[in-house]
Design a binder for this molecule. Structure first.
Ligand SMILES: *[C@@H]1O[C@H](CO)[C@@H](O)[C@H](O)[C@H]1NC(C)=O
Ligand SMILES: *[C@@H]1O[C@H](CO)[C@@H](O)[C@H](O)[C@H]1NC(C)=O
Ligand SMILES: *[C@@H]1O[C@H](CO)[C@@H](O)[C@H](O)[C@H]1NC(C)=O
Length: 309
């Protein structure tokens, strides 16, 4: 496998951040794609409040900016706006890592990390109770791919490892059956059509659609276009709770408050268009899922966090 490594030094809010981009050459990708294992197991474990949890992560936007976006504003009318939901850290990667593992595990930047096999994630808890799970990462070139991938036509950043929460955990990547459930949007469409979506999903749009390389206007439009048909699709909406959130606010000042909405048919009709000012954070995602399916906990950030229901 051939790769190019580029070190870029760029100023972020007055500090110099070092970002490592490892983009795998397309010939190697073509070859690996042909044999990559892809799995779409399903399950029907009943939860207390919902039977499916889906989170969609957008990028780097202050609460007020997102709350003012017309498309996100529209989506908010369809669900509950969480007005006191905070990210864990800056920059991006630690937030993703923390949301599935309950801790930062020493992640302080966006460069390539591997978290030792001894560290468990939400996936261990879901597997133990037979709750199916999967990730859908837009433009991931094949299931289980572990590098970064640029758009092959224009060279733009497209799929990035730092926005893929489970890929940094050896406890996931050293298990081929787990790796096979880290999929792309082609697979999302297929799983949706085949009614083989799992009960727990983490969805990351590409660097254009999540707003990272664009703006909240692009992210808001993408999200509304993506989510609206799903809200009426019976293969998706099966007592489903959807959390739309942002990894972190753009400006590095406290609090790290981000815009988040709960949607889906698990949200009671009477709560649509309401606001919830409870203090939540990214660990609340784990706490919510653990409580819903009685999964226990990892004994980390998840244990102190407040669940949404
Ligand atoms: C998505 O992943 C599948 C399974 O590995 C692969 O066959 C397909 O080519 C990928 N789609 C894109 C657009 O890269
Ligand atoms: C991101 O996905 C959109 C489709 O939703 C596609 O048109 C666009 O080219 C992708 N962006 C990049 C940088 O590849
Ligand atoms: C359903 O899944 C099968 C593999 O199990 C695949 O061959 C088929 O293309 C999928 N159907 C759709 C509509 O994507």
């Amino acid at each position: 496998m051939r790769s190019t490594i580029v070190f870029l030094a760029l100023p972020v809010s007055g500090v110099i951040a070092q970002i490592q981009y490892t983009s795998t050459a397309s010939a190697a990708v073509e070859k690996a794609r042909a044999t990559a294992l892809t799995l779409s197991p399903t399950s029907h474990v009943q939860g207390k409040t919902f039977d499916r949890f889906v989170t969609i992560w957008l990028e780097n936007t202050d609460f007020d900016m997102a709350a003012g976006d017309p498309n996100l504003k529209y989506l908010a009318t369809q669900g509950i706006t969480l007005t006191n939901y905070n990210a864990i850290t800056h920059p991006s990667q630690g937030n993703y890592v923390a949301a599935v593992g309950g801790a930062l595990h020493g992640v302080t930047g966006d460069s390539f990390v591997r978290i030792p096999n001894s560290e468990k994630t939400i996936v261990d808890l879901l597997d133990a109770k037979g709750v199916s799970w999967g990730e859908y990462q837009q433009d991931l070139p094949y299931s289980g791919f572990q590098g970064n991938y640029v758009n092959q036509k224009n060279g733009k950043n497209d799929y990035v490892r730092k926005h893929n929460p489970l890929i940094s955990y050896d406890s996931v990547t050293e298990d081929v059956n787990r790796l096979a459930k880290i999929k792309n949007f082609t697979m999302f469409e297929r799983d949706l059509a085949n009614n083989t979506l799992p009960q727990w999903m983490f969805i990351t749009p590409n660097m254009t659609n999540d707003g990272h390389d664009t703006s909240v206007t692009t992210a808001g439009k993408f999200t509304r276009d993506f989510v609206t048909p799903l809200l009426n699709n019976p293969n998706f909406m099966q007592k489903t709770l959807v959390l739309i959130t942002f990894d972190e606010r753009e400006i590095y000042i406290s609090p790290n408050k981000v815009f988040s909405i709960l949607l889906g048919d698990a949200v009671p009709e009477s709560m649509k268009g309401t606001k919830d000012g409870t203090a939540y954070n990214h660990y609340s995602q784990m706490a919510t899922v653990e409580k819903n399916w009685n999964l226990g906990g990892l004994g980390k950030g998840d244990n102190g966090a407040k669940p949404f229901f």
